[in-house]
Design a protein around this ligand. Sequence first.
Ligand code: FAD
Length: 405
Amino acid sequence: SSQARIVVLGGGAAGMTMAARLRDLLDGARITIVEPSEIHHYQPGWTLVAAGVYSVGEVQRRNERYIPRGVEWVRSAVAAIDPESQRVETTDGDRLDYDFLVVATGLHLDYEAIEGLRREDIGRPGLTSLYASAEAARDAYEQIHAFGEHGGVARFTIPSTPIKCAGAPIKATFIADDLLRTAGQRAGADFHYHTGSDTLFSVQRFDHMVRDLYAERGVSVNDGGALLAVDVDARQAQFQTRDGGRETVDYDYLHVTPPMRAHDFVREAGLAVEDGPLAAGGWLAVDDRTLQHTDYPNIFGAGDVVATAIGKTASTVRSHGAVMPDNLVDVIQDREPSRQFDGYTSCPLITEVGKAALVEFDYSLEEVPTFAFLDQGAPSWMWWRLKVHMIKPLYFNMLRGRYLR
Ligand code: FAD
């Protein structure tokens, strides 16, 4: 059984971490990573690119530095999975047979689900999205300054789907607000945060905190709904209204957080959740504690792709890394999965350039602070410095299977 063939789909935060941990746990297993990109993107750093703190180069590294020794790297994308014949097909037409499969392909940013919008439009005058890429985050930084010179209406959107790092749209708003304040241009700008949800954050304390800070800084919260359409040339955006209608408004600066879902091949392979609130996104159907697929015991999931109620952060991957590979080894060795994921989700919630609150919670939606002797929920320069100086090295160590939670 140590000769088991394990194929890991995706070599991002989760794929790399799971492969590194599996390599350490198993002697002689044949592990393959399928990952098309030469570059690893440190996405949690993109908010800091948008704040002008990190350069684009500081959030990119070459994948070849992180592929674990002894692990084979197939530089291709998954096109299809056949869970019955235990085979993966790549976009290059190669076929890979597996005994055990780890799905870690992250999620798809569905800009095209917004009428009139294409991903390539991000970066056109007035239209930004720090979710699109490091370059787009840099562009958001440049465009907020261009916007500040003339002033006008700035709008920040939230989709109705689950999203990775649920705090990032809030951070994007606070960063833009702060950059304009520093430039002495905030008075000429009218800020709107568009959400269809009754809450701004799933943990009550932070919901209240963000609401209070928005009120203090003059960010109006439009309890409308999701962004439905954009006319990029006319700089108009159309939102869902509370009563199910549509409302069209002008903008000078629009920050889009796109709808998100799993890649199509998950659903096409019959591996997606089919019922409940997560069904529309085609997320990978796993047990939310063991991360084992609900129909195929030889398939596991990790990272953003899995259909858990919360937990689309890189910090979550630290916990997945301490659970999923051990459970896979249990299954290889004919035991029941022994480890349980608790829903751990975390992010430093930037409230201004130079300050952040350190948010950590689990399935209970209660705080689970690492530094319980300090008040992590109060915005402080300390958590900002943790974010800027410490989390990045921690992340890149995680990719090598270290500092798991
Ligand atoms: P990814 O890291 O996105 O990796 C997916 C990989 O799959 C990629 O390498 C991709 O190339 C590959 N792939 C895609 N399609 C295929 C295919 N067909 N075949 C093979 N491979 C494929 N997390 C935090 O913890 N804290 C934060 O402060 C934070 N801030 C964030 C801010 C922003 C703006 C963004 C975008 C994310 C942030 N995150 C944060 C979230 C974090 O980056 C993700 O949760 C994490 O990267 C998830 O890991 P993953 O491996 O599931 O997905």
